[in-house]
Design a protein. Structure first.
Length: 230
């Protein structure tokens, strides 16, 4: 699960996550606004993941095995996409609502209406970070996934659940970070966000963890098919 050697992509990811730290610590950026970008980063990751799932459905295999308890059935890949959009979207909604409630950013009431105000809250530094994250995840996520042929080897279920590690990590960050923001420990807060993200996404190698889980699932499915034939 832990990486023994960092790749060029890992060093690029570390650099991307250290940009907000530098901005808050040395350029006077607003830590609350920077964290909005991290919340939007979660949305960007989700959108990239939807494109990956759509690519697998359109170019590799239309139907995939859906497991529910002890039962399994073959369903269209777009069912996976719809499930992901609703399920992942719910977690993103809860995460952002907790953050807005904890920070009282812009003195805005929580609810769906807050999202229309996000573009105005970002400021120039926030828009710059959004652009950096969009470029990074487009290159790292889509180009490597499709260009390297990974989409032919990765199961739909593995791709669908891959971003959830980020959700669990950021839920922890929001809860602990909210306490730091309450005491106006902005510098420590943004350092915590970047540090935890780097450890979770680089050192712990969450992507490979999900891929290994996907391989084990395939092995179990093949064994079940053999048992049924016998």
């Amino acid at each position: 699960m832990f990486k023994r050697k960092l790749t060029i992509s890992d060093f690029f990811l570390i650099a991307v996550n250290l940009v907000p730290v530098f901005g808050v610590w040395f350029e006077g950026w607003d830590a609350k606004k920077v964290f909005i970008v991290y919340c939007m980063e979660t949305v960007i990751v989700g959108l990239v993941n939807i494109l990956k799932m759509a690519g697998i459905t359109l170019f590799v295999q239309a139907k995939h095995q859906w497991n529910e308890g002890d039962n399994s059935t073959m369903v269209n890949g777009f069912y996976f996409i719809l499930f992901f959009m609703v399920h992942y979207g719910f977690f993103v909604f809860v995460q952002t609502q907790i953050f807005f409630a904890a920070t009282d950013l812009n003195n805005s009431a929580i609810g769906f209406g807050i999202y229309s105000k996000i573009p105005g809250m970002l400021g120039p530094e926030g828009r710059l970070l959004i652009l950096i994250f969009i470029v990074y995840y487009t290159v790292q996520g889509l180009f490597s996934f499709f260009g390297g042929g990974e989409y032919k080897r990765t199961s739909m279920s593995t791709v669908m659940f891959e971003p959830y590690i980020r959700i669990f990590v950021q839920q922890f960050i929001v809860i602990l970070g909210g306490m730091m923001l309450a005491f106006k420990a902005y510098n420590l807060f943004i350092l915590l966000v970047a540090g935890v993200k780097i450890i979770a996404e680089v050192a712990l190698n969450g992507k490979n963890f999900m891929q290994e889980a996907g391989k084990m699932q395939k092995i179990r499915e093949e064994r079940e098919k053999k048992n049924l034939k016998i």
